[in-house]
Write a protein that binds this ligand. Sequence first.
Ligand SMILES: Nc1nc2c(ncn2[C@@H]2O[C@H](COP(=O)(O)OP(=O)(O)OP(=O)(O)O)[C@@H](O)[C@H]2O)c(=O)[nH]1
Ligand SMILES: [Mg+2]
Length: 388
Amino acid sequence: MKVKKYIAPNMPEAMKKIRKDLGKDAVILNSKIIYTGGFFGLFRKKNIEVIAALDNDTVQPSQKEKIDFPRMEMNTEMKRKDLQPTEPVQNKTGENKEMILKEIRDLKQLIKQVSSQGHLSIEHIPSPYREIYRKLLNQNISETILQQLTEDIYGHYYSKKEQADENTAYDFIVQSLMEYIKPLEFGEAPQKKYIAVIGPTGVGKTTTLAKIASIKAIEQKKKIAFITTDTYRIAAVEQLKTYAKILNVPIEVCYNINDFKQAVEKFTAFDHVFIDTAGRNFRNKKYIEDLKKTIDFHTDMETYLVFSLTAKEEDLETIYQQFSNLPIDNFIFTKLDETSRCGSLLNLSYKYHTPIAYITTGQDVPDDIIVATHDTIINQIVGETNND
Ligand SMILES: Nc1nc2c(ncn2[C@@H]2O[C@H](COP(=O)(O)OP(=O)(O)OP(=O)(O)O)[C@@H](O)[C@H]2O)c(=O)[nH]1
Ligand SMILES: [Mg+2]
């Protein structure tokens, strides 16, 4: 096996050297930032050091000159992009175009390797894209999204005739993020008759339910009612009763599935019935199973899983896993006002192919709620108001 060290100002340059030198079967073993030159620790230059290897047994002498990289497995998204390259690549002559497309594929492959070894960092990103990419890192955007985006950035960077400036890079990244979540229908107002909120303790389920119910009752003049199955805390019933009183609408308290079925019967003539549930420790699966014993999820029901944006991402993952054996139609994220990091909006929605219906922005009922749209989500993450 041939192992060589390469030093270059950035990752694309390092890759160029490796491809030229080692050819198609080169693999990246390691990469790190190093500082070279300077006097007494000053004026040092930041470089990237990449260790690449080539297994000699697999290389035919002629292959070295050909630099014929293996074709990568492309997902649908990449195929679409590669088959419909951007304008400058289209304009190139046949052979040239093929070469560039192949180069893009090779780079994507190398990015995959570097990323899978956990060495993907801001230094691997071409400079015009770095500022916005740094924002995404600050917002805790997931590795999965960043890896996909890095591949797309490379595709964009190398397919441009002229080097992209920061504005082009910004627009490209916004568009790419938009593409990732485009198939999901965000901000859909509840269509079904029964609307249930589920989620862990204290995330804002009851408050958010009251906000959505108020919009339906006051703005849309719908005939609404409440059901609560949160009989775990006396205060919880009182909390929802207070909102029912303010809105002048009926409420039923259900201790078991029979109570629930009776309440459903009682509210036959209503447009929407809003169902509150008890927040319990999400780490105990039994509590989530209990929900199935009190609520008939088979009725004409829309279920919202409520997350707080102030929670740790790993907890949000566990919450999703724990609740995932209930039918989840939409996510709601609360407490946007209490954090400046909102990567989880994008991460969870993208990972679990679940749209976001609402984001809440404070304690005031009914005002502190916004309907989630693709624009609002992306804007929260990379927009002007986000000063990260
Ligand atoms: N800052 C902020 N506080 C919120 C938001 N939504 C709800 N809250 C507050 O969070 C606290 C808990 O809200 P609840 O609606 O009672 O939460 P819950 O999920 O129903 O709680 P349990 O029923 O006990 O599980 C209350 O003090 C709310 O005012 C929000 O968007 N921002
Ligand atoms: Mg509650």
